[in-house]
Design a protein around this ligand. Structure first.
Ligand code: FMN
Ligand code: SF4
Length: 436
């Protein structure tokens, strides 16, 4: 049963997990989170990752706005070892909303300045984060002008609300070219690494499950045919943008019928995701950011919460179930592929205990990095507080209220309505004024 968070101390949260049948990893020693780690020759200062979090606040041409910049400068001061920049579209028609970042030849200077100011701010604070950019095509969830314009690799009756446009192989080849062009621009902008986003229902993860796509080079029963679209993009970037670190944010299970990484009963089945990771390993991918589920279909899987967005149902599982699904599944991959560094997701629901849980996960080699999404909106300086003072302030953590999701679902600028009220409470009030 779903329950709101009400755990005042370690015993209470560990006890609740036990009651649900879980052994919650827990360490009072937080130092594993501060261990440096070298990947592909880049020395990463600690195990904290700012997860990609869209703010829906780019300028019309896809360039970062003053509000976008503010977000990244807050992260830069915050001390996370990796700052994973939010979803950045490779084409206008692949944007999930009119405020989604998009990197183009015309706005490259704005990205150069965003990256350089992020680095300078981090450096002034004694930090040197790895800067990853997440390249995406929104596929089924494309909404470049605020209205759905779905484009898919194959149909899925449980997801398709209107009849989407099914992309031809030629369309997919054109989209591959857009990824390569964006990757070149990302290098020019100064990012350290490129994430070929393969999660949350967007085009690439959707292509990985395109079993019904017949007479195509990019689909059908054979998983390697379905992997081809993604792997060709990675191979071409390797060749055409040599020297760039490559990574992916990968859904290891969509947890819905017809999705990637599910069995006949729609439960997680990692056979194909493991095969894919073997292919990624052959391509010298040393960093993978794990996620699961879809914010559009089963948001409690992607981000366990206390309160759903108004109008959405309360899930019938306890949020700790969602946290443990992500931790346990990530751990299976980390143990199976110890050469690769996996970043785990969905820690924000745990509030201050996320640090104890994350430290135990790293100590037990169940993940190399601990990612924070919503909590990075709420408390971007959490890592710096731990580095400087040895502890974080429990009153500053995210409370998993879904306020930020509520904003972006209504195409408003996204941020924390609780801990960053000055800007985002005003956004919420505008929403109320519109009767939403
Ligand atoms: C407002 C909002 C924006 C998000 N934007 C992205 C994104 O751009 N790319 C992505 O991979 N995930 C995105 N996510 C998912 C988060 O990165 C993260 O996986 C999720 O919130 C669970 O982690 P948490 O419990 O630390 O919040 C977003 C989530 C929210 C709530
Ligand atoms: S609005 Fe703030 S407190 Fe609420 S879920 Fe988003 S980041 Fe967390």
């Amino acid at each position: 049963m779903h329950e709101r968070f009400r755990y005042r101390d370690a015993d209470e949260i560990i006890g609740k997990a036990k009651e649900l049948g879980f052994d919650l990893p827990f360490s009072y020693d937080l130092t594993p989170l501060l261990d440096p780690l070298t990947i592909d020759g880049f020395s990463i200062q600690n195990r904290f990752v700012v997860q990609p979090m869209e703010g829906y606040d780019s300028a019309h041409d896809g360039s970062p706005s003053a509000l976008t910049k503010r977000r990244y400068l807050r992260y830069a001061e915050g001390g996370s070892g990796i700052i994973w920049f939010e979803a950045t579209a490779v084409s206008e028609d692949g944007r999930s909303n009119p405020g989604q970042l998009m990197i183009t030849g015309n706005n490259i200077d704005s990205f150069k300045s965003l990256v350089s100011e992020t680095r300078i701010t981090a450096s002034k604070n004694g930090f040197k984060p790895l800067l990853v950019v997440q390249l995406t095509h929104s596929g089924r969830y494309s909404k470049p002008e605020g209205k759905p314009q779905p484009k898919v690799a194959s149909l899925n009756p449980i997801l398709d609300k209107t009849e989407p446009y099914v992309l031809s192989d030629n369309d997919l080849l054109r989209i591959q070219d857009q990824y390569i062009a964006s990757a070149k621009l990302a290098e020019e902008a100064g990012f350290n690494a490129i994430d070929i986003k393969a999660c949350h229902g967007y085009l690439i993860v959707e292509s990985l499950s395109a079993k019904e796509r017949n007479d195509s080079n990019y689909g059908g029963a054979n998983p390697f045919s379905r992997f081809r679209f993604m792997l060709e993009i990675l191979d071409r970037i390797r060749e055409e943008v040599p020297g760039m670190m490559l990574t992916t944010r990968l859904n290891i299970s969509d947890c819905y019928k017809g999705g990637f990484g599910v069995d006949k009963n729609d439960q997680p089945d990692f056979t194909e995701p493991m095969l894919l990771v073997e292919e990624l390993l052959k391509r010298d991918i040393w960093l993978i950011n794990i996620s699961m589920g879809s914010p559009y279909f089963n948001p409690h899987v992607t981000r366990p919460f206390d309160t759903p967005v108004p109008g959405s149902p309360v899930p019938d599982e306890h949020p700790l179930n969602g946290v443990m699904r992500m931790i346990g599944s990530t751990s299976l991959f980390q143990k199976r592929f110890p050469e690769i560094n996996f970043a785990g997701s969905a820690y924000s629901y745990l509030r201050q205990f996320a640090l104890n849980v994350g430290a135990a996960v790293v100590k037990n080699s169940e993940a190399s990095f601990i990612g924070f999404g919503r909590n990075s909106f709420a408390y971007p300086s959490m890592p710096a507080d731990i580095i400087r003072f040895g502890e974080a302030d429990p009153s500053k953590f995210c409370i998993a209220c879904s306020g930020c999701t509520r904003l972006i679902s209504n195409l408003r600028h996204g941020g924390c309505v609780i801990r960053d009220r000055e800007i985002y409470d005003t956004e919420l009030k505008k929403l109320f004024a519109d009767g939403k």
